[in-house]
Design a protein around this ligand. Structure first.
Ligand code: CUA
Length: 163
């Protein structure tokens, strides 16, 4: 083998080894895992026994700097609640999970677009300033009733019925 060829092959092998070592170290020390960190886990079989998801809907926030917590359960093939009103101008932290399969949670016309995954609680905080009606749709194919999965989020001025 040519001398330079040998040198380049060993350089290539050495840099590959270095990259793998760095990757290995960062995986162990950084605790990198396939699941995203900071996401709450929940047993999907007992979701309905959880006080927040047994009667999902809008609740006054008890901590954090948002005004309300809005709990949504996405299941085949419906959302609970099927309709919700929130006061215009309020900051709402939306929590969504699924007791069965993977669903989507998109609030049309807003930045809210989450995955409702069994075993995880997805959250998103958002201030709804403009009064109006938003359709909530499932954007992950989940079965025969996929296209029927909707809910309505109403941003209203003044008092709300479900407080
Ligand atoms: Cu639920 Cu598609």
């Amino acid at each position: 083998m040519h001398k330079y060829e040998k040198i380049w092959i060993s350089l290539g092998t050495a840099s590959l080894a270095v990259f793998l070592i760095i990757l290995g170290i960062s995986a162990v020390h950084g605790g990198h895992t396939p699941a995203a960190s900071g996401i709450e886990t929940i047993n999907p079989e007992h979701v309905r026994e959880d006080a927040r998801f047994s009667e999902p809907g809008l609740k006054k926030a008890t901590d954090g700097d948002h005004d309300y917590d809005l709990y949504f359960l996405a299941s085949a093939f419906m959302y609970e609640p099927g309709e919700v009103e929130i006061p215009a101008g309020s900051t709402v932290k939306i929590h969504v999970t699924s007791p069965d399969v993977v669903h989507g949670f998109q609030v049309v016309g807003t930045n809210v677009n989450m995955i409702a995954e069994p075993g995880l609680v997805s959250t998103y905080e958002m201030t709804f300033d403009e009064p109006g009606e938003h359709l909530i749709v499932c954007n992950e194919y989940c079965g025969v009733g996929h296209t029927d999965m909707t809910s309505t989020l109403k941003v209203v001025n003044g008092g709300i019925a479900n407080e």
